[in-house]
Design a protein around this ligand. Structure first.
Ligand SMILES: C[S@@+](CC[C@H](N)C(=O)[O-])C[C@H]1O[C@@H](n2cnc3c(N)ncnc32)[C@H](O)[C@@H]1O
Length: 189
């Protein structure tokens, strides 16, 4: 089966299992950004975003972290013909080796405490690296939020406020109101 057919099949599987995946335009931008980069992704899901980047984006390497055992197993099946490294672990627990320096960090895992993940993984980024954050407009397409969704959205909004107050001499931050919203941060050397 061709790589793009596998991607379509995987996308369908994610819809059937209600696993949220990156939207098409968002993924297109990320795929371009990924070229020649050593990538660390937090939140593999079933592997749709990492397989898309691998197939269409010419990254140097991809390492992706997934906490949920079942998602990890499905991810592993779909990524078996790639050199993508998958770890079945929580991003809060995983410890990169000291030599591991990434060019691009993708935050697409838990939305409840992204600030902690941002702070944890920042030292593992190269000095001219990037951070890509998905769902900055979380639940933008839902009209009646449940209490739980409201609380989670508030946490995302607090994280965005934190990002907006980062030192502009060290971080160049751009927000995009496309699809569910995303943010690209470039570290300034
Ligand atoms: C939005 S989905 C990822 C979708 C995937 N990036 C894609 O576009 O195909 C978020 C994933 O993060 C995982 N996750 C949640 N908490 C996590 C944690 N602490 N560490 C690693 N993964 C986590 C969830 O199990 C879920 O599969």
């Amino acid at each position: 089966m061709s790589a793009n057919k596998i991607l379509l099949e995987l996308k369908q599987l994610c819809f059937e299992h209600k696993v949220p995946i990156m939207r098409d335009k968002t993924l297109q931008v990320l795929t371009k950004l990924a070229k020649n980069k050593k990538i660390l992704e937090i939140g593999s899901g079933f592997g749709y975003s990492s397989l898309s980047i691998w197939t269409n984006g010419q990254p140097k390497t991809i390492t992706t972290l997934e906490k949920d055992k079942r998602s990890f197993e499905i991810c592993r099946t779909y990524l078996k013909d790639t050199n993508i490294t998958i770890h079945n672990t929580s991003a809060f627990d995983w410890i990169p080796t000291k030599q591991d320096k990434y060019d691009l960090l993708i935050l697409d895992g838990p939305k409840s405490n992204q600030k902690a993940l941002f702070q944890k993984y920042l030292p593992f980024l190269n000095s001219d690296g990037y951070i890509f954050i998905d769902n900055t407009n979380l639940f933008s397409e839902i009209h009646q939020l449940t209490l739980r969704q409201k609380k989670l959205k508030q946490k995302v909004n607090d994280f965005i406020e934190f990002l907006k107050h980062l030192n502009p001499e060290k971080f160049q931050i751009s927000f995009f109101n496309i699809e569910d919203g995303y943010c690209i941060i470039k570290l300034i050397k």
